[in-house]
Design a protein around this ligand. Structure first.
Ligand code: ZN
Length: 156
């Protein structure tokens, strides 16, 4: 897989992606989103099948809010620094409905995903729902953030 893939239905996705979407949806139960009412969950699978979940955590001081993806990524970065991330799925629903709604990783989370990709020297697949209920699967984080800032800029 060297390019992004589109899926008109969740049923068309591979079983691992479907599993991660299911787990990401479960993770939204721990979302703390009293302000946006936008509940986000992330599920990450590592190279030994360890599963790490995250949910968005908001704060009355809005800039302190943290995305579900980074809650999961920083958690695994601490708990399992030697393991590699294979794939991450991100889902969201509004407080008023359990139906999933489109939610793409924000720019900050894309930057963090790129960093983890460089750190582990292996690609990370990313799955999320985009507009019109279409599911997208990207083969790596670089594709979601071309020309990103990296350690080469600090070291050169
Ligand atoms: Zn984010």
């Amino acid at each position: 897989m060297n390019s992004s893939e589109r899926f008109a239905s969740i049923d068309e996705l591979d079983s691992e992606s479907k599993y991660l979407i299911h787990k990401a949806k479960e993770a939204t139960q721990h979302s703390y989103a009293p302000y946006s009412r936008f509940h986000v969950g992330a599920a990450v699978i590592l190279d030994d099948n360890t599963l790490i979940l995250g949910s968005n955590q908001e704060n009355a001081a809005y800039p302190l809010c943290m995305c579900a993806e980074r809650v999961a990524l920083y958690s695994l970065g601490h708990l399992f620094p030697e393991k590699k991330i294979i794939k991450i799925a991100v889902v969201a629903h509004k407080k008023s409905s359990k139906d999933l709604t489109p939610a793409a990783p924000c720019g900050a989370c894309r930057q963090v995903l790129v960093e983890y990709e460089h750190r582990q020297q292996a690609k990370i697949q990313i799955v999320f729902m985009t507009d019109n209920m279409v599911w997208m699967k990207y083969p790596d984080a670089e594709m979601l953030l071309p020309g990103s800032f990296g350690n080469v800029h600090l070291l050169s």
